[in-house]
Design a protein around this ligand. Structure first.
Ligand code: FMN
Length: 409
């Protein structure tokens, strides 16, 4: 692959994997790129500026106020304009935290803040540092700024422990850089994963012209699907009748009844992540009429029968590693009911909402939800857009998947 003429800034921070940055510089140069290395002062404890300077054929920059230089105070701004891409590999927990909070105390962090080019961050650290909520939250913040994150690999770490946190090998980083520059990278933390989302109401026919349904607009599920596709997942959206347009990059399957929804979901039940937002009818007319019912008696009795409980069915036979998320729509005793549903349906996460709450009504762009996790923790989110709710749900699911991959001691 050729990176001929491309300007790459390589930020190197103080992690044990800094030794790999020498090979990274060599490969980038070999593919034709010009490479400017910026090192934190702690990175120099792990690899010498002499090595990286020699390989990159450029002076290594580290401090914002170099002792032996004058008149270069805008260097970080100019470098930010010069670069086609800024990659930080390895990125320590410390530097990730600084970037998340806009700190600019070194040439590396100041240039990152000033840069107009895409930033690719390659975290590398001990497994527990990586899965710590602080680091995960900081990575989420970086993502919200549009930074690209290259997930660390699972394997043996410098500490001798096995876990997530290993810097991918330099050749993989170079290939990711070229895909980013070519604009073809289906980036995002869910790249390579399949996400199945259900949305909208179902319609249960009484006769050929009448049905039983509910007020679900489908917006919440469409928002989750849009976020999943944005985060790189292959996304399948099974939806009941709605007027919503299909977001980009999503495979949409339209269904009408609860029975049809179950059949469609069943076909894709092996997805890595399943998020069931649909308001599926619990009951359907036992004998829908073949012809339109005529007005006759003062009162008519409609006999209803139970539909298949889709969430329950999925919870009963889940493939290992799958994350199953349900929604609970409750108008009273919400928390108590959601806790029961979380357990009885064998879910990892249940999202509780009440359409009677301000900002959470059917058809609205916003929602107000509480997340209840399998481990008993609960997280009440304030009023936010349905897209933001979708984002938080998938970020939490991604963290769960990393933690799940941790071998138990
Ligand atoms: C031997 C050793 C190895 C370390 N490896 C890592 C690492 O892989 N990842 C990390 O985030 N921090 C690691 N640290 C901690 C960082 O070096 C420390 O947080 C440092 O202040 C990072 O600064 P910087 O981000 O400005 O380079 C290590 C520390 C030591 C002493």
């Amino acid at each position: 692959m050729s990176l001929g003429g491309k300007h790459i800034i390589l930020g190197v921070t103080g992690g044990i994997a800094a030794y790999k940055s020498a090979e990274l510089v060599r490969l980038l140069k070999k593919s034709g790129a010009e490479v400017q290395v910026l090192m934190t002062s702690d990175a120099a404890r792990f690899i010498t500026p002499l090595t990286l300077g020699t390989l990159s054929e450029r002076e290594i920059l580290s401090e914002i106020f170099p002792e032996n230089e004058s008149g270069s105070w805008t260097k970080h701004v100019n470098l930010g304009l010069w670069a086609d891409l800024f990659v930080i590999a390895p990125a320590t927990a410390q530097t990730i935290a600084k970037l998340a909070h806009g700190m600019s105390d070194s040439m590396l962090t100041a240039t990152a803040l000033a840069a107009r080019c895409p930033l690719l961050v390659c975290p590398a650290m001990d497994h527990d540092m990586f899965i710590h909520p602080a680091t995960q939250r900081n990575l989420e913040i970086l993502e919200s700024y549009g930074y690209r994150i290259m997930a660390p690999e699972h394997g043996e770490l410098a500490s001798g422990l096995i876990g997530h946190g290993r810097l991918p090998d330099p050749a993989s980083i170079v290939s990711r850089i070229s895909r980013e520059l070519a604009g073809v990278e289906k980036n995002g933390p869910l790249a390579g994963r399949t996400v199945l989302v259900t949305a909208g109401p179902t319609r249960e026919p009484i006769d050929p012209v009448r049905f039983i349904s509910n007020h679900s607009s489908g917006r919440m599920g469409f928002a989750v699907a849009e976020v999943a596709a944005d985060r790189g997942a292959k996304t399948i959206l099974v939806t009941g009748p709605t007027r919503l347009e299909t977001p980009k990059g999503i495979e949409r399957i339209d269904v009408t009844t609860a029975g049809e929804m179950f059949a469609a979901v069943d076909q894709h039940r092996n997805a890595d992540i399943v998020v069931m937002t649909a308001a599926v009818a619990d009951y359907t007319p036992a004998e829908p009429a073949d012809h339109k019912l005529k007005k006759s008696e003062e009162q008519v009795h409609l006999r209803l029968k139970r539909t298949t409980d889709i969430l329950q069915e999925l919870g009963k036979s889940r493939r290992s590693g799958q994350v199953l998320v349900g929604f609970a729509l409750e108008t009273r005793d919400g928390l108590a009911n959601a806790r029961v549903k979380l357990k009885s349906k064998n879910l990892d996460l249940i999202v509780l909402n009440n359409p009677l709450d301000e900002g959470a009504a059917f058809g609205h762009e916003t929602n107000r939800v509480t997340l209840l996790y399998r481990n008993g923790t609960e997280e009440a989110l304030g009023k936010m857009s349905k897209l933001d709710v979708g984002r938080v749900i998938l970020q939490r699911v991604e963290t769960m998947m990393v933690a799940e991959a941790t071998p138990s001691e």
